[in-house]
Design a protein around this ligand. Structure first.
Ligand SMILES: Nc1ncnc2c1ncn2[C@@H]1O[C@H](COP(=O)(O)OP(=O)(O)OP(=O)(O)O)[C@@H](O)[C@H]1O
Ligand SMILES: [Mg+2]
Length: 402
């Protein structure tokens, strides 16, 4: 009998229908078949076959619990039949009826075919009934174990998925928590910065057109653009930390302008100025984008600053805006520096993932991806042929994005 634990398990996992109560009997001598059938019929559904080939045909379409077969049959012996049944995936145990003396060869064949039992002729009906009952029990165990194993492996996969999800949920909660703290800090800085900015804007207003030195006037404008971008980036972070979603100011604009504005901001950066920069973003040639222009400038500035920080004097930085074959707008920033460090590669776009110690907090790419995804776009980091890093942003054009 099946043990209590197994029974409980089977009930708990609603495992049913392990046995069909179907026995296949195979003998080339029809009177023998008739006798076998006559005393099995009461307890089981009996299928009869006059040859191995016929038995294989029946097993193709009928689920069988136990096979009882004669060993000596023309065409296919009982042991061969069991072999063939195993090969076609039938798990029913076999009972072989044999009139031969059990020579070692026969025993070997029987073992090899995983015969459940063999009965010497002339057999007694009770022997056959006992053997069939034991074989049914055995196949039930075997099927129960297989089913439970399957269920268990499904549950394990499910469990692993849940654990992974929980881990990542926990991770994002932690990140958001730190973000709120950072946002609070940023709020203090942005306040001071905004005050400084308004005085500087006054200066710019006062001196514009009055300075004889165009370079000085340019320096003031570039400095202001840099400060403005810093302020806007901090405000974006602060606003996101507070409201958990980005506030977007939407307008139609030429993507080339985003590249130009980002380059203006970057001119304040000494590292950047020491690189060989190639920009390719012809104005008024690309599809218009509907989005938050300032925020996209912040994204490009993040990428350009990362490129400047990763490279050395005279290394190259490329920035480009182009239309893709399917009509999207693609921005790319590329450099021939050392490429992304292995330690940070898997969590590049996570908050606080940085290799820069004091020089970076690891918010640049995190915020950038957030901004791009708010434009229904995609920000990706790609392997760059010949070393270095390549970041790509694709944004749907105005008519697709709305
Ligand atoms: N162009 C690049 N080349 C090599 N590594 C890069 C490049 N861009 C980003 N990285 C790696 O990705 C990390 C995360 O970049 P991210 O911009 O998010 O943060 P950060 O630059 O470290 O700090 P933050 O931008 O907040 O000042 C960097 O610390 C750096 O290791
Ligand atoms: Mg950065």
């Amino acid at each position: 009998m099946v043990g209590a634990t197994l029974n409980n398990l089977l009930r708990e996992y609603a495992v049913q229908g392990l046995l069909t109560g179907t026995i296949l009997i195979v003998d080339d001598e029809l009177p023998n078949l008739a006798v076998l059938a006559s005393f099995l019929d009461g307890d089981y559904t009996v299928h009869e076959a006059g040859s191995g080939a016929e038995a294989l045909e029946i097993a193709k379409t009928t689920p069988i619990d136990v096979v009882v077969c004669d060993q000596r049959m023309p065409g296919m012996t009982g042991v061969e039949l069991l072999h063939n049944l195993r090969a076609s995936g039938v798990d029913a145990p076999g009972i072989i009826l044999t009139g031969y003396t059990d020579t070692p060869a026969l025993i070997a064949a029987i073992n090899d075919a995983q015969v459940f039992r063999f009965l010497r002729k002339p057999w007694q009906p009770e022997d056959v009934l006992t053997a069939v009952a034991a074989a049914s029990n055995a196949v039930m165990y075997q099927r129960a174990a297989a089913r439970l194993l399957n269920l268990l492996s499904d549950r394990t996969t499910e469990l692993q998925r849940v654990v992974t999800e929980l881990r990542s949920a926990q991770q994002s909660l932690l990140q958001l928590d730190r973000l709120v703290t950072t946002g609070r800090l940023a709020a203090g800085i942005t306040h001071d910065l905004r005050n400084a900015m308004s005085s500087l804007v006054m200066v710019e207003y006062e001196v514009t057109g009055k300075l004889s030195d165009p370079e000085l006037s340019e320096t003031i404008s570039v400095g202001l653009a840099g400060l403005r971008n810093l302020l806007e980036s901090l405000e974006t972070m602060n606003q996101y930390a507070k409201q958990k979603q980005l506030a977007m100011t939407m307008e139609y604009f030429d993507p080339a302008r985003v590249v130009r504005d980002a380059l203006t901001v970057m001119r304040m950066d000494l590292n950047f100025r020491a690189r060989t920069v190639r920009a390719d973003a012809p104005p008024e040639t690309l599809p218009l984008v509907l989005g938050d222009r300032q925020k996209l400038v912040q994204v490009l500035v993040n990428l350009l600053r990362n490129a400047a920080q990763a490279t050395r004097v005279d290394d190259h930085i490329w920035v480009k805006a182009e239309a893709t074959a399917d009509g999207q707008v693609r921005f790319s920033v590329e450099d021939d520096g050392p490429g992304i460090a292995a330690e940070v590669r898997d969590r590049l776009f996570e908050a606080f993932a940085s290799t820069k110690n004091e020089q970076g907090v690891g918010m640049g790419l995190y915020m950038s991806r957030l901004i791009v995804e708010n434009h229904k776009g995609e920000l990706r980091c790609l392997e760059r042929a010949g070393g270095g890093a390549r970041f790509e942003i694709t944004i749907p054009p105005a008519e697709l994005g709305t």
